[in-house]
Write a protein that binds this ligand. Sequence first.
Ligand code: URA
Length: 241
Amino acid sequence: MQKIRVDKLISGMGFGSRKDISHWIKSGRITINGEKALSASQKIDIDLDQVKLDGERIVYQKYTYIMMNKPTGVVCSTDSKDTNVIDILEGRYKYINLFPAGRLDKDTEGFVLLTNDGKMAHNILSPKKHVKKKYYVEIDGTLKDEEKSKIENEIVLEDGDQCLPCFIEILENNEHSCKLFITIEEGKYHQIKRMFKAVSREVVYLKRISIGEIILDDNLEKGEYRELNPEELRVLPISND
Ligand code: URA
């Protein structure tokens, strides 16, 4: 049994400031198990008590996990002048300290996982944890067999940094372009663009389509997002080590 103050629960879930909640309690907008809350400091059991704001249940979640289909033009860094992935969230999600577990470039589309769970984010990002990230890539020109094999086998980038082995699946390859999937287990700065650059190819389109076992939901239009479903939460690399 975990007991916390009712104002802490509601503000922690991003629904308002402690001051807002004090007002809402005074005006009877907050109920606990069907009875009007008495004070902001009233303690509730997060597993048993039902807290509602204007009749809407507020469920305590220690952490939040959001799948976003990032459009191009939006950045992952929050210290930039450009619109960032937190700016395009709505409502309470803006106020619960979410950050991207792995960044995508401004001109890259696709799956960004937003969370406030630092440990899980570390597990996704650490090359030692071998969490696979799969991307759809289009490059200019043909990708020759020897170039593919060079990229897959610990290619060295222009600054001397060596990549871990990766896996490429060619979808289409002709003299004008090559379309492929690439799966990597790390996330160096501009990694995929630099891997192809190392064999003199330019990435002209890049989209992340999965992180670990979680695949970007086809129903999410560019800029849309949703919380992970229970099935996806089950395969998230959450560990206590
Ligand atoms: N590799 C890149 O080059 N850019 C991204 O956004 C992600 C991986």
